[in-house]
Structures are given as structure tokens and as C-alpha cells.
Design a protein around this ligand. Structure first.
Ligand SMILES: *[C@@H]1O[C@H](CO)[C@@H](O)[C@H](O)[C@H]1NC(C)=O
Ligand SMILES: *[C@@H]1O[C@H](CO)[C@@H](O)[C@H](O)[C@H]1NC(C)=O
Length: 744
């Protein structure tokens, strides 16, 4: 490795050095470190003509010095492009303090017409504060003379770097000057400026070699010589004339050309482009190997470069396509290859993207399918098929229950957003929703249906949806595609009776006649459902929370039979029934059965709420007042009804009606179910009160007792309401009044 590295280094160095001959064979081509290119030479057989004779003095100088001809004019550089640098002494004119003059005030040089003073690189310069100088001489066949003056009165006037007439003066010289002579002198022999200046200096020198400084007024005396740039050329003829005279033509025949220099006589030679070397020597111009140096070729890589005589070509490796000949071809091929790579890259990238898209689409489709399947499963699980069959069987019915899709309801409730919740209770959550047809609905998400009671649930949905009574919240339909069935009801705008009664502000709006109307309407609808609806339906959960009010305070009873959907695990019972507790039929504790008379009991509690404005259960009251029903009965016993009346309605004109309603409530709250009036009787009584009629069950209780007894005795099981619906249709009443835990 090291050997190879050294080899490469050496070859590189040698390729940059001048490895071509610059002098004729057996001729010195250097003098010290100054090269002597042909046409210059130190011996007769080494130069082209006497004018190019130089001598190298080895004996007097070490390192040796080169001189023009056998003169003392020293040469410091000769270049093949037609220039050389000579050293010239400075002309000076001085007076010492005693007034003695010491000067070499003239300086001249005759360069012959083969050499001329370069007029762009040199300047005529004088330095002094009481000085003038001339430069004169010959240019081609004419004379010339030009000069400069430099004055100053104090050293302070001088500025370093500025040569503009104060202490220093510079002027260009004309072109083609081959003989020059300098004269320097003073105007007043320095008498005015003797304090700081007693010499003047003048020289023609390379402009770059002199930069004026104040010190130069004195220190130029120590400087012997300054460089001057000289142009050289061959002969005194033009290229064309020289070529005609073949024997004297100086340029080598191969790979060189002749050109006219800017200055002076004669002609010069130079190698053709792509060649280097000495154009004055035969075969002196050598091909440049452009392939060795990246800066000389513009092939994509040095390896693709092929050197030719005077030029080079770029060829491209096989994989860059066969047509990649020449530099551009190669670049084209490289570009093509890059483009190919780009295309492949784009192709692969778009392939991956497409694949990803496909995977995503596939995943979404699968998810959609699984969701559909899930919906289908829920639908079946929730008795959807059963419901469909039932609906098919009763095509004729116009008030058919609608089966909503889950997406429809999701849209209606803004994906069941919490903003849309209008109620939360033991039986589930109620959302407000707006269907696509702009209908506002209440959507109830109940608790999971007991799988053993699906059929019953479906029956109930069908039956409830058929109830069309102005005091019932209409069940519009259901959605069975979710894990928990959703029931869709008509939306009632004004909230629950409970919220009105137990809100101080709202309660004022509920005057006695409104309360009486609400009670009558509620009783009416319960009675209708118990006896006159197509099948008797027990509400099971009559309470002020389930009586809704619309904007005209018309009562709308909701949640028929809903309680039946509730599983009866004891744990859950406690939470579910908490709100219902104050209304619960005490008989239920023994029988575990809810009957029409249970509804009557619960309705009695609602009557008490209307009369007293108190809650059915008051946890923050003393123990004897906790249950409104019990408290009321005890108060009634003590004949202190007025104590618990709602003061908002306790006016003398109402008192008659209030005491009648209280009596009615007392009957409804009888411990034994059979002691309670039927819902129909309660409804009639209340309607009678509103009409101001005298026909009242409560008042005529005694008169009617006989009749009632006979009615009861006609009923072997003593349960009127229940018996009236035996054998009804395929939807057995058993399903409707089935005890909550009946199946267990
Ligand atoms: C004056 O200059 C000439 C060359 O121009 C030189 O030969 C001569 O020796 C110089 N004289 C003195 C006194 O330096
Ligand atoms: C001019 O003076 C400066 C400052 O001392 C010096 O560096 C410079 O070499 C002088 N110029 C010449 C040509 O001697």
C-alpha cells in the first residue's frame, strides 16, 4: 500500500512538473534556479541568435546569476510566453550637508529591437521633495521623452501608499520603447527641504515592486536595483513573412502556432491548445494528458477519460449504455441512469403506497363487515326477527312500530353525544335526537334485556307502539342493532311532573286546577290501559318522574311496562328501585307480584305529591315524615291534613276539592289491594271533580259497595282488571303482567 501510494505521489508530482525539454540537447536549461528556455542559450549552439545570448556566472556568485549577453544586466526570470525580468539600478541625485553633490543622475539601457520595455507592467517613478526627472528614449523609429516632478514642504505632507506628486510621482511610459534613459535632478539643490530630504531617485520598474512610503526618501539609497519587465519576440517580421522564409521560422512545425505580440517587433510562438512545452523546439510541444487532472477534463469520472493528441474523449462504461461516446454522451447516459433510478424509486414508492391503501381499504371493509355482522347479531339477539315476523303479520296496522337502524339514531344524537342527554335514571339514559325527517324524539337506551325475556320485550314493544292516546308518550319504534336495545319515543318538551312540583319557581305555575287536570289525565290513561286498551297493560312504575308535561301542561305518561325490562338481581334492584321506592305497593313485598292495584297505589302517592308538593320519599326529613304515604296517613288520622298541604294551592275555594282528592288518595293507599278502588273509578271520580259533578266514587262508596261486591263475586279470582283480558290474541297477557322475576 505504502509503496503504491509513494508511486502514485511521485507520478502525480512528475506530471505537474515540467517534464518536457525546454532547451536544446546538451545545453544548460537552468542557471541556479532560473530556467533558460530556448531560444535563449548560454552558448552559440544553444541560442537561436546572438540577441538571446545569456551568461551564467558560476564563479563570482553562489547561487550563480544570469546576465544578458556579457553585460552586468541581471536577469531574474525568463518565461516562454515572451517576458523576462531584468534588474535595473536606480538613478539618484544627492547633496550632503556640506553641499557636495553625489549622484549617478543618469541611467540608461539599450535593449535592441528584439526587446522592449513592457508599458503596462512598468511605471516611471521619482521620489523626492525637490525633484524632477525625465525618461526619454527610442520606440520603434521615433524618440520619446516624458517626465515627472515631485515637491513637498514638510514630511507631514507625505502619505504612505500615495504616489501622486507629493514626495513621489509616477507616470506610465509609452509602448515599444527599446532604449530608455533617465535623468534626475533638483530645482533648489534641496536647500528648502534639507531638514528631511537631500536626494532624488528615479527608476522604471515593475509597478508591483514599489509602493511609496515616507521612509523611501532616505532608504532608497540602500536599494541597489529594482525589477523591470521586458517583452521579447523573434525577429522583426510578422508571422506571415516569417513562415514564407521557412528556414528562419522559429516556431516548431508540429502542434504550435505563431502570433503577434502586443508590444514591439517580431512574432512569438505558442503550443496549440491541448499541448504544452517549448514551441521554439522541434517536437517541443507535448500533448497534455487531460485525463490525469480532473480540472482539465469534464468527463463524469477520470476513469471514463481517454487522452488523445491535443484533446481527450470521455467514454462511458458498458452499464451506462453503449451510445455514451464523448463527454456529453456520457453525461447523458449518467443522467439516463439517474433518471432510471428515480423512476424505479418512484415506482417502488407508489407501489408501497398503493399496497398500503389497499390494505387500509381492506381493513376498513373487513371492519365494516364485522360491524354489520355485529349489528346483525345484536338484532337477532334482541329479537329483531321476532319483531319483523310480528309486524309482517299485522301489515294492515297503520301505527306500526318503526325499526330504526343504529346509524340513523347515531346521526340523530350526534353519535350519542353527552350534550344530547336529557335524562338519566335507573332504567337507562335518555337522549334527545333529531331524525332525518326533522322529528324531535327522545331515545332511551335501557339496560340490557334478559335473554329469557326477549319475546316478552318484543311483544311489549309492539303493544306499546299501538297505544294511541293523547296522554301517553308514543313509542315510535326501536333499534335492535345495538347491544342494548334503543327505544324511540315522541319528544315531550316541558319535562317531568316531578321536576315541576319540586322546583320552587315552576311549582307556582302549577295551580290547583292544573294539578287536578294532570291527575285526571293520568288516572284516565292508566284506567284506559288497565281496562279499555286492546290488552290490559300494567304500568308498574307510576311516579311523578314518569309523567311528562307538554307546553299546555297536558300529562303524557311514559315508560309503560319499562320496569319489566329490568333484571332483578338484588344488587341492581337497590339502585333501580331507589327512585321508585316511595311508590311501591306494600303488597308486593309479600306477593312479589305487581297488579293493576299496584298502579293504583302508586297513583295514590302521585296524588299526595300534587296535594302536598312533597317528594314521595324525603331522606332529609325526620323518620316519621320520610315516606310521604305513611306520613300522610298518620296526619290524616290526626285530622291535621292542612299541616302538610302545599301552601301554594291551599286556598279556601280549593279546600273542598282538596279534601276529596285526599280521601281518594287515602283509598288508593289502602294496604290491601282489594280495598283500593280500580283505576277506572279513580279516573271517573277525578273527572267528576273537574266537571263539578256530584257523582263521585268516594262519596258514594257506601252506596256502591253492594254493587261492587256483586261485581267482585262474579270474578272467581277476585281480580277484575286481570280477568278481562284472558285469552287475548297471540300476545298473551301473561307476558304483559308477568311478575318481574317470574321466569326464575
Ligand atoms: C552609475 O551608473 C552606471 C550605470 O548606469 C554605472 O556603471 C556606474 O558605476 C554608476 N556610478 C556610480 C558612482 O555609482
Ligand atoms: C520603501 O520604504 C518601505 C518602508 O520602509 C520599505 O519597506 C520599502 O522596501 C521601500 N521601497 C523600496 C523600493 O526600497
Amino acid at each position: 500500500m505504502l509503496v503504491m501510494l509513494i508511486f502514485i505521489l511521485v507520478s502525480v508530482v512528475s506530471s505537474y512538473g515540467n517534464n518536457f525539454p525546454i532547451a536544446l540537447p546538451n545545453c544548460d536549461d537552468t542557471c541556479g534556479n532560473i530556467t533558460i528556455p530556448f531560444p535563449f542559450g548560454t552558448k552559440q549552439e544553444c541560442y537561436i541568435s546572438k540577441q538571446f545570448w545569456v551568461t551564467c556566472n558560476h564563479t563570482a556568485y553562489d547561487p550563480p546569476k544570469l546576465f544578458w549577453w556579457d553585460t552586468h544586466i541581471e536577469i531574474t526570470r525568463i518565461s516562454l510566453d515572451g517576458q523576462m525580468t531584468l534588474l535595473r539600478s536606480i538613478a539618484y541625485d544627492c547633496y550632503d550637508r556640506t553641499g557636495a553633490r553625489s549622484s549617478n543622475f543618469t541611467s540608461w539601457i539599450n535593449l535592441t529591437k528584439y526587446f522592449t520595455v513592457n508599458n503596462t507592467g512598468n511605471k516611471f517613478t521619482i521620489v523626492g521633495c525637490d525633484a524632477y526627472a525625465y525618461v526619454s528614449g527610442d520606440r520603434l523609429n521615433r524618440n520619446f521623452k516624458t517626465g515627472c516632478t515631485a515637491m513637498c514642504s514638510s514630511e507631514a505632507e507625505l502619505t504612505d501608499g500615495e504616489c501622486a506628486g507629493v514626495g513621489c510621482c509616477q507616470t506610465p511610459i509609452p509602448r515599444d520603447a527599446w532604449r530608455i534613459q533617465i535623468e534626475v535632478s533638483s530645482f533648489y539643490n534641496y536647500t528648502e527641504v534639507s531638514e528631511f530630504n537631500n536626494c532624488s531617485y528615479a527608476f522604471v520598474a515593475e509597478e508591483s515592486a514599489f509602493k511609496f512610503s515616507k521612509d523611501n526618501l532616505t532608504n532608497l539609497a540602500d536599494v541597489e536595483k529594482l525589477p523591470m519587465l521586458v517583452d521579447w519576440a523573434i525577429g522583426n517580421t510578422t508571422c506571415e513573412e516569417a513562415k514564407k522564409n521557412a528556414t528562419g521560422y522559429a516556431c516548431t512545425i508540429d502542434n504550435s502556432e505563431c502570433y503577434k505580440p502586443v508590444n514591439g517587433y517580431g512574432y512569438r510562438c505558442r503550443c496549440n491548445s491541448g499541448f504544452e512545452g517549448n514551441p521554439y523546439l522541434t517536437h517541443g510541444c507535448i500533448d497534455i494528458n487531460e485525463c490525469e487532472n480532473k480540472t482539465l477534463n469534464n468527463c463524469t469520472k477520470n476513469e471514463y477519460c481517454n487522452n488523445t493528441q491535443g484533446s481527450y474523449t470521455c467514454s462511458c462504461p458498458k452499464h451506462l449504455d453503449g451510445d455514451g461516446r464523448g463527454e456529453d454522451g456520457c453525461k447523458l447516459a449518467a443522467k439516463k441512469q439517474n433518471m432510471m433510478i428515480a423512476f424505479i424509486f418512484i415506482g417502488v414508492a407508489s407501489g408501497i403506497i398503493t399496497l398500503l391503501l389497499v390494505v387500509i381499504l381492506l381493513y376498513m371493509e373487513l371492519k365494516r363487515r364485522s360491524q354489520r355482522k355485529k349489528k346483525q347479531r345484536f338484532f337477532l339477539q334482541n329479537g329483531g326477527q321476532m319483531l319483523q315476523e310480528k309486524l309482517a303479520r299485522r301489515e294492515a296496522s297503520s301505527d306500526m312500530v318503526t325499526i330504526f337502524s343504529s346509524s340513523e339514531l347515531q346521526k340523530a344524537t350526534n353519535n350519542f353525544h353527552s350534550n344530547m342527554i336529557i335524562g338519566r335514571g335507573g332504567f337507562g339514559t335518555v337522549y334527545k335526537g333529531v331524525l332525518a325527517d326533522r322529528r324531535t324524539v327522545a331515545i332511551k337506551r335501557s339496560i340490557r334485556v334478559d335473554p329469557t325475556q326477549i319475546e316478552q320485550f318484543i311483544n311489549e314493544v309492539v303493544v306499546l307502539s299501538q297505544i294511541n292516546h293523547r296522554n301517553v308518550v308514543i313509542l315510535l319504534g326501536c333499534c335492535l342493532e345495538t347491544d342494548v336495545p334503543l327505544l324511540v319515543y315522541e319528544f315531550i318538551s316541558n319535562g317531568t311532573l316531578s321536576s315541576h312540583l319540586h322546583n320552587e319557581a315552576k311549582a307556582c305555575a302549577l295551580d290547583w286546577s292544573t294539578r287536578l287536570k294532570i291527575a285526571a289525565e293520568t288516572a284516565g290513561v292508566l284506567s284506559y290501559l288497565h281496562s279499555s286498551a286492546s290488552i290490559p297493560i300494567i304500568h308498574r312504575d307510576v311516579k311523578s318522574d314518569n309523567i311528562l308535561l307538554d307546553h299546555t301542561f297536558t300529562a303524557k305518561v311514559s315508560d309503560f311496562g319499562a320496569s319489566k325490562l329490568v333484571p332483578i338481581d338484588l344488587e341492581q334492584l337497590s339502585t333501580v328501585v331507589l327512585g321508585t321506592l316511595g311508590y311501591l305497593d306494600p303488597e308486593y313485598m309479600q306477593t312479589n307480584q305487581l297488579t293493576e292495584k299496584s298502579d293504583v297505589y302508586s297513583f295514590g302517592v302521585v296524588l299526595l305529591e300534587l296535594v302536598t308538593g312533597r317528594r314521595a320519599l324525603n331522606f332529609d326529613k325526620p323518620i316519621e315524615e320520610k315516606s310521604l304515604a305513611n306520613y300522610f296517613l298518620s296526619v290524616l288520622k290526626q285530622d291535621m291534613l292542612f299541616e302538610i298541604l302545599d301552601e301554594k294551592i291551599a286556598r279556601s275555594e280549593n279546600m273542598d276539592q282538596i279534601s276529596l282528592v285526599s280521601k281518594l288518595a287515602k283509598d288508593c293507599l289502602s294496604v290491601r289491594g282489594e280495598d283500593r278502588p280500580s283505576m277506572k273509578e279513580v279516573a271517573m271520580e277525578l273527572e267528576g271533580l273537574i266537571l263539578g259533578g256530584k257523582h263521585s266514587w268516594a262519596r258514594n262508596n257506601a252506596d256502591n259497595a253492594e254493587e261492587m261486591e256483586s261485581l267482585l263475586s262474579n270474578n272467581p279470582d277476585g281480580m277484575r282488571g286481570v280477568s278481562s283480558s284472558v285469552g287475548y290474541d297471540s300476545i298473551s297477557r301473561d307476558h304483559i303482567v308477568l311478575p318481574i322475576n317470574g321466569g326464575r
